[in-house]
Ligand binder design. Structure first.
Ligand code: SF4
Length: 401
């Protein structure tokens, strides 16, 4: 296919596809999905080989958020039966992180629900970062605490944070349909603050909220413009008790096309499969490793993922290898240019979610709001695959890692 040959050539040269080319990837048929994966896989291997970076989420503070992000199970007023708890103590967070690191993760993503941190919250998180780094010398720490005020990104950097995650989630045009308590511009501002403070920026999206192909291309092009080191791609987990609970629009093939499009637009960036991997890709997860070079190990913020052991077996069976602490995640040209996720210098984080962080969400859902755009299809609801997290941080049970 001429389209795919063109996109491979561009990806190998780090050249931006046109909007039309990105849209054409999303418009390919299911019959062509293996060709699309093979093409984007060439770009993935050029910049990241067969390495898969593992990231581990620690939900520092769960639920009871005053914001109204419609995809989020943690919003105040959410009817989703998730765990709700206030700030973990540094030693509790460090213990949870240790499980993920023992399972092979090289990055810990510290996430807290809320509009954004107070200065006292930054102190708390600084203590947690210290507790984790005192025990694990080479660990990368990403914070995901919501909207940042002036000076907070610098304080996190001084405290030892390597990265900051805040997702754009969806296109600017539809952002107001998803959330009303803050704006798309607020989110862009926080990503810019993280960048300016020398943190590795991590920012991504949530697919499956009823958005159009144009919305998906818009948000991915906007992310490319912001130039994050890592881009988490969340697939909405329509949790019961949330406004988007009926939004089942994704098929495994659609997820693969979305990941391929992101890879072509952001060829040399850490593309992470975030929330919804097990729910929407299902048995096609191994194919997605040919597109993304990063995943979360184990559970998400408010929902459970497949067993960490199954993640590791999947990576090995598909012919990939877990990225080691000594490996640098990003290609050399990005590391030397500054930032440098996966480098140990300025890693880039992930998400908040079950879907994506930076939102603080992804999978879950909260309170209100209609889907952004009427979707053309509703696929089979796989509620049987959605499990609220009942283990790990905030419980007495061992984490999944
Ligand atoms: S995504 Fe974050 S800010 Fe939005 S409701 Fe969820 S926890 Fe609150």
């Amino acid at each position: 296919m001429d389209l795919l040959n063109t996109l491979v050539d561009k990806g190998l040269r780090r050249e931006l596809p046109t909007r039309e080319e990105a849209l054409a990837v999303l418009a390919t048929s299911d019959d062509d999905v293996l060709d699309v994966v093979a093409a984007a896989g060439k770009v993935r291997r050029k910049w990241f080989g067969r390495r898969v970076k593992l990231n581990y989420l620690v939900n520092l503070k769960s639920g009871l958020c005053p914001e109204d992000c419609s995809y989020c199970s943690q919003r105040l007023g959410s009817k989703a039966d998730i765990l709700k708890y206030t700030w973990l103590k540094p030693e509790q967070a460090s213990q949870a992180a240790a499980a993920g690191l023992a399972g092979g993760a090289k990055r810990v993503c510290l996430v807290a629900s809320g509009r954004g941190p107070t200065d006292r919250d930054i102190d708390r998180v600084a203590g947690t970062i210290k507790a984790i780094k005192d025990e694990n010398e080479n660990v990368e720490v990403c914070a995901c605490l919501g909207l940042l005020s002036d000076g907070q990104a610098e304080r996190l950097r001084e405290a030892g944070a390597d990265a900051y995650n805040h997702n754009l989630n969806t296109s600017e045009a539809t952002y107001g349909d998803i959330t009303t308590t803050h704006t798309y511009a607020d989110r862009v501002d926080t990503v810019s603050k993280a960048h300016a403070a020398g943190l590795s920026a991590c920012s991504g999206l949530i697919a499956g909220m009823g958005e159009s192909d144009e919305d998906l291309v818009d948000v991915v092009f906007a992310l490319r413009e912001l130039d994050p080191d890592s881009v988490p791609v969340n697939f909405l987990i329509p949790m019961e008790g949330t406004p988007l609970a009926a939004e089942w629009h994704l098929t495994p093939q659609r997820c693969l096309r979305i990941l391929a499009m992101v890879r072509f637009v952001c060829p040399d960036v850490e593309v992470r499969i975030a929330g919804g991997r097990e729910v929407h890709l299902r048995t096609m997860q191994p194919l997605a490793l040919h597109l993304a070079n990063s995943i979360f190990l184990g559970d998400y913020l408010t929902s459970e993922g497949q067993a960490g052991k199954a993640d590791l077996e999947m990576i090995a069976d598909a012919g990939f290898e877990v990225e080691g602490a000594g490996d640098v995640t990003l290609p050399e040209h990005r590391v030397t240019a500054g930032g440098g996720c996966g480098s140990h210098a300025g890693a880039g984080c992930g998400s908040h979610e079950d879907a994506g962080c930076g939102s603080h969400e992804g999978g879950g859902v909260c309170g209100t709001a209609a889907p952004a755009v009427a979707a053309s299809t509703v696929n089979e609801a796989r509620t049987d695959l959605v499990a609220v997290r009942r283990r790990g941080a905030g419980t007495d049970l061992a984490p999944n890692a």
